[in-house]
Design a protein around this ligand. Structure first.
Ligand SMILES: [Ca+2]
Ligand SMILES: [Ca+2]
Length: 242
């Protein structure tokens, strides 16, 4: 009877961008979104079936192992003491929690299926709603990631995901700022920016008007890095670690 109960629970369980004064000095530039071997022009909808399979296997092996072990341990139901029953309730609570965790993981896998998986195994997605830097940062965090950092730092990955950035057509926030200390730029994954790995546009960062602490990429700056006013509202590129 208890086994049937457990099985029942298992079944149930299961716009355009803004142009600021600094940019307007750069004049109008034309650009093209390159296609083909240069990479994606938008998220390609990668589903990592290996992760899906391993996640399900890991959870259900664990759950079925626990059920089997507990049933073996407590023996025939007719001999149950109240202690055994409490013990069984505790196991079932653990199973419920594991099913909850599995559901969360499955939701994350489903959600990440719309992200582009780059050669560094990170997932990337461009978000088209235009928000200030702090909000972009929070939105990426809420999805379990961060504003794109590792992928922008790595020149090969940057080349791969550039068409994705360009598909937003105008300014896009990435994960780099000097909010804490002027002219010390820190990536959102905690790495301090070095000159060699930071593709600044010539003349940048310039802290224009003494008020540019957040970094974006845009056509006006040849899709290279430029520091901007953090209160500007731009699209943003998130990355999620594998
Ligand atoms: Ca600054
Ligand atoms: Ca600037």
């Amino acid at each position: 009877m208890y086994f049937t109960w457990i099985l029942v629970i298992l079944c149930v369980g299961i716009s355009h961008g803004q142009r600021n004064p600094e940019q307007s000095l750069q004049g109008q530039q034309t650009y093209r979104i390159r296609k083909g071997k240069d990479g994606p022009i938008e998220p390609s909808g990668v589903v990592n079936f290996k992760i899906v399979k391993e996640t399900i296997k890991e959870h259900f092996n664990d759950i079925s192992g626990q059920i089997q072990a507990k049933l073996t341990q407590i023996g025939p139901v007719v001999e149950k003491s109240s202690e055994d029953i409490e013990d069984l309730k505790s196991v079932m609570q653990q199973i419920r929690e594991q099913l909850g965790s599995l559901t969360t993981k499955m939701a994350r896998i489903e959600q990440i299926s719309t992200w582009y998986k780059a050669q560094n195994n990170y997932y990337y997605k461009l978000f088209y709603n235009e928000v200030i830097y702090a909000e972009a940062k929070e939105n990426c965090k809420r999805l379990g990631g961060q504003l794109a950092s590792a992928g922008i730092r790595d020149k090969n990955v940057r080349r791969e995901i550039l068409p994705l950035v360009k598909s937003g057509r105008y300014n896009t926030w990435i994960g780099l700022n000097d909010i804490r200390e002027e002219n010390t730029f820190i990536w959102e994954d905690g790495v301090t920016a070095t000159a060699g790995s930071t593709p600044w546009r010539g003349g940048q960062p310039n802290n224009w008007s003494g008020n540019q602490d957040c970094v974006d990429m845009s056509a006006s700056f040849d899709w290279k890095l430029n520091d901007e006013d953090c209160a500007q509202t731009f699209k943003y590129l998130c990355e999620i670690e594998p």
